[in-house]
Design a protein around this ligand. Structure first.
Ligand code: ADP
Ligand code: MG
Length: 287
């Protein structure tokens, strides 16, 4: 049977906007030595803004943005939402859109096949594209296998993100890992700014699972545990792989909230450390 004070712990957590799905997860939090975070929407606001539009010769900025926005109109990814927000012109109708996690998406526009996504998306289709060096998340656009140009978008860390890392460090958790599908330049810059201990970039959802499995192996050898924190878009598999999966309920997808062990209401990643504090207090009461 479960000691009564565990329910007390769950109650205390819920009052702080942290929904714990079982007392075992609260207990397990006491053994965590590694916390891995998704970047977009978890540590960063997930609100990108367009900072540059770089069309290929012969293509206008307007038509490049129009193509990108029309295709992104089929996606709910934070990148899509922001491109649509920054484009006020006419959206073209699309057909047969398909989205590929960690890549981007494609659709037909007036019978032309349009691909909108990252370098991986372009490489997969053997598109001869000009790789951008801009510090930002780069969205490349190709029409009928011809490169049209790139759009540079930038996101920024949440105010609460550096506090989230600092509070974990204060609790003696020094392995704070960023796992992102975004590029190396952006991932490293943000991880450095937040003083995280390591960063893995250009990851597909399945790569995030592989890395968490490696982290689990190392931690389990020391009888420790691994938590993963994500906003859920594409992160359901990794949420279930970690010992304890945290979903950011404010922005997160329903699938993520379902897959998670602990749901953080709102958008503050520092609530992970707060949950640990409650877990520690709860254990003291039990012992
Ligand atoms: P993160 O791991 O940082 O949360 P995601 O796994 O959601 O990021 O996405 C990884 C990368 O895939 C993005 O940085 C972007 O390059 C590309 N991508 C995903 N969805 C889209 C989209 N709708 N439009 C353009 N690019 C996208
Ligand atoms: Mg994400």
């Amino acid at each position: 049977s479960v000691p009564l004070s565990f329910f007390g712990g769950i109650g205390a957590a819920s009052k702080q906007g942290i929904l714990v799905k079982g007392s075992n997860y609260l207990e397990a939090l006491n053994d965590v030595d590694t916390v891995a975070f998704d970047k977009t929407g978890t540590l960063t606001k997930g609100q990108f803004s367009v900072v540059d539009v770089i069309p290929k010769k012969g293509i206008t900025k307007e038509s490049l943005l129009q193509m990108a926005a029309s295709v992104e109109n089929n996606s709910t990814h934070p990148i899509a939402v922001s491109i649509l927000k920054s484009y006020t012109g006419k959206i073209l109708s699309t057909e047969a859109s398909t989205e590929k996690a960690g890549h981007g998406l494609s659709a037909k526009v007036d019978g032309q096949t349009v691909i909108v996504g990252n370098a991986k998306a372009m490489q997969n289709e053997n598109i001869d594209f000009i790789e951008s060096n801009a510090l930002g998340t780069i969205v490349y656009v190709a029409v009928n296998s011809k490169f049209w140009g790139s759009i540079v978008i930038a996101d920024e860390p949440k105010k609460d993100a550096s506090k989230a890392i600092k509070l974990l460090n204060n609790r003696g958790i020094n392995q704070t890992v960023m796992l992102t599908g975004d590029n190396e330049k952006v991932g490293s810059a943000i991880a450095k700014k937040l003083k995280m201990s390591s960063v893995y970039t250009n990851l597909l959802p399945e790569n995030k699972v592989e890395i968490v499995n490696d982290l689990l192996q190392t931690s389990h050898q020391k009888n420790k545990k691994v938590a993963f924190v994500g906003d859920g878009i594409n992160d359901t598999p990794v949420l279930t792989t970690a010992d304890i999966g945290f979903a950011m309920g404010g922005l997160g997808s329903d699938a993520a909230v379902e897959a998670a062990d602990i749901v953080i209401m709102g958008d503050e990643p520092s609530k992970v450390a707060r949950a640990m504090k409650i877990a520690k207090k709860t254990r003291k009461i039990v012992l």
